[in-house]
Design a protein around this ligand. Structure first.
Ligand SMILES: NC(=O)N[C@@H](CC(=O)O)C(=O)O
Ligand SMILES: [Zn+2]
Ligand SMILES: [Zn+2]
Length: 440
C-alpha cells in the first residue's frame, strides 16, 4: 500500500531538512522524500501548511499496567500517545509488580503488541522491586528489549549501589535514566520551597533535593563511563551541571518536561493537586534556565513524564495527593505555544528535541525521515488554536493543570509503520487501535 504526504514542511534533523517536500510511504517504509513526487498512491495526505516530522518519541511515560489499571492501561496510554503525536514511548518500570525481570519486560512488550500499533518500549528497574539493594540482570534485560534502566519515582540512594549499577550499565551499553531526588533531603516536601509554599502552608522541596543527586550521578558517570540520562530536570543548577559535564566530555544527556518549561510555582493559586508533581514547579529563574538550556542544546530532549492518576486521588488535598500529571496529549501544543512561537526553538529544533535526539539516546534508528526507515511520521498544524479539554483525553488520567488553557499547534496525523493511528480535522477525530483479530 502506498501513501503520499503532499507539500508539507518536512523537518528532518538527521538530514538538516527544513523545506517543502512530498514523502512517499510504501508498505510501512519511507521510500522517497523529494520536492515533487509524481507517482500515484492509494492514499494522499494533503499537508500544505503543516509540519511533517519524524514520529515523536517520548523517553519518559508511566502507563500503570500491571497493577494500577484504574489510573491507566497500556492500551489507554498508547491511545493517548497516538493522539499526542507519539509513535514511540518508553514506559517506566514503577508498576506492580515492578518491571525488574525478563519476564516482566516480555509482559510489557507482548501486551503492547496486542493492543497498539505504536512502539511501547520498556525501561527496566535498576534494583529488584526498586528497593535500592539488589541490582537487576542488565545484560538479559537489555537483550530482551529493555531500552534503559531506571529507578524512576525515586533515586538509588546508596551511592555504592548506584556506582555499581552504572559500572554494569557501562559494560552492557544500556543507558541509565536517573530520577534525581535525595530521599532524606526531601523530607515531607510537596511543592517548591519558597514564598508560595509558605503562603499556602505547605512543606517545601529545595532545589538541592535534585541538585545533590544530579551532581553525584554525573560524577559516577564520569567514574564508570556509564551513559547517564537525567530525567525531568527542574533547576537552574541542573542545567549548569549538565553543561559543565558535557564540556568535560562526560556521557550525559538531559530532559525537560513541558510543565517545567511552561509553569512556575506562582501558577499554583490554591489547593489544586493537578499542580503537584515531582520534581515540583520551580521559580521563574529555573524555568528560564531550562528554556535557555533547551535553546542551546544543553538540554537534549523534551519528555512528558506522563503520570496519570485517578480523579479521586487527585481530588485529595495538595499535601496528600500523589505526585504526577498527564502530559502526552498536551506536549506538542505546549512546545509550539511556549517554545516555537516565542522563538526559543525553531521547528527543526523541535523535531530534534522531540524525536531525533530521543532516538539517539536509546540507540534507535528511528527519529528520522530518511528513505529506507520505518514510516513513523507526525503531522502537525502549527497554526490551529484550541482550548485544552481534559475530558476529551484518550488517557484515563485527566490530571492536568492545563485544562482550559488556549494553545496553538495541533496534531493532525500520527503514522506508525505507515499506518495512520490517529487523525484529526475539525469535527472528525479518529484513534485506531490494533486491529481486532477477526473470527473466520
Ligand atoms: N513525576 C511524578 O510526579 N510522578 C511519577 C514518578 C516520577 O516520575 O518520579 C509517577 O509515577 O507518578
Ligand atoms: Zn521521576
Ligand atoms: Zn516519571
Amino acid at each position: 500500500m502506498r501513501t503520499i504526504i503532499r507539500g508539507g514542511r518536512v523537518l528532518d534533523p538527521a538530514s538538516s531538512t527544513d523545506g517543502i517536500r512530498d514523502i512517499l510511504v510504501e508498505d510501512g517504509i519511507i521510500k522517497e522524500v523529494a520536492e515533487h513526487i509524481s507517482t500515484d498512491a492509494e492514499n494522499v495526505i494533503e499537508a500544505e501548511g503543516l509540519y511533517v516530522m519524524p514520529g515523536l518519541i517520548d523517553l519518559h511515560v508511566h502507563f500503570r499496567e500491571p497493577g494500577f489499571e484504574h489510573k491507566e492501561t497500556i492500551r489507554t496510554g498508547a491511545r493517548a500517545a497516538a493522539r499526542g503525536g507519539f509513535t514511540t514511548v518508553c514506559v517506566m518500570p514503577n508498576t506492580k509488580p515492578v518491571v525488574d525481570s525478563v519476564e516482566m519486560v516480555k509482559y510489557v512488550i507482548d501486551k503492547a503488541k496486542e493492543v497498539t500499533d505504536i512502539h511501547v518500549l520498556p525501561i527496566a528497574a535498576i534494583t529488584a522491586g526498586q528497593d535500592g539493594e539488589f541490582i537487576t540482570d542488565f545484560e538479559n534485560l537489555y537483550k530482551n528489549g529493555a531500552v534503559a534502566v531506571s529507578e524512576d519515582g525515586k533515586s538509588v540512594m546508596n551511592a555504592r549501589v548506584a556506582r555499581q549499577a552504572m559500572r554494569l550499565a557501562a559494560e552492557v551499553g544500556i543507558p541509565v535514566f536517573a530520577h534525581c531526588e535525595d530521599k532524606n533531603l526531601v523530607a515531607r516536601g510537596v511543592m517548591n520551597a519558597g514564598n508560595r509554599a509558605k503562603e499556602l502552608g505547605l512543606y517545601g522541596i529545595m532545589n538541592a533535593v535534585e541538585d545533590v543527586i544530579v551532581a553525584r550521578d554525573i560524577l559516577l558517570a564520569k567514574n564508570t563511563g556509564a551513559r547517564l540520562h537525567l530525567c525531568h530536570c527542574s533547576t537552574v543548577d541542573s542545567v549548569k551541571m549538565t553543561k559543565l559535564a558535557k564540556e568535560e566530555g562526560i556521557d550525559v544527556t538531559a530532559e525537560v518536561t513541558p510543565h517545567h518549561f511552561t509553569l512556575t510555582e506562582d501558577d499554583i493559586t490554591g489547593d489544586d493537586a493537578n499542580y503537584k508533581m515531582n520534581p515540583p514547579l520551580r521559580a521563574k529563574a529555573d524555568r528560564e534556565a531550562l528554556k535557555e538550556g533547551l535553546k542551546e542544546g544543553v538540554m537534549d530532549v523534551i519528555s512528558t513524564d506522563h503520570a496519570p492518576h485517578h480523579r479521586t486521588e487527585k481530588e485529595r488535598p495538595f499535601a496528600e495527593a500523589p505526585f504526577g500529571i498527564t502530559g502526552l496529549e498536551t506536549s506538542v501544543s505546549l512546545t509550539i505555544t511556549e517554545l516555537v512561537d516565542k522563538g526559543v526553538l525553531t521547528p527543526l529544533q523541535m523535531a530534534e528535541r522531540m524525536s531525533y535526539k530521543p532516538a539517539q539516546i536509546i540507540n534507535s534508528d528511528k527519529g528520522t525521515l530518511l528513505p529506507g526507515r520505518a514510516a513513523d511520521i507526525t503531522i502537525i498544524d502549527p497554526n490551529e488554536e484550541y482550548v485544552i479539554d481534559s475530558t476529551l483525553f484518550a488517557s484515563m488520567g485527566k490530571n492536568t493543570p492545563f485544562n482550559g488553557k488556549t494553545v496553538k499547534g495541533r496534531v493532525r496525523y500520527t503514522m506508525s509503520d505507515g499506518k495512520v493511528v490517529y487523525s484529526y480535522r475539525p469535527g472528525c477525530e479518529i484513534i485506531v487501535d490494533k486491529d481486532v483479530p477477526k473470527l473466520i
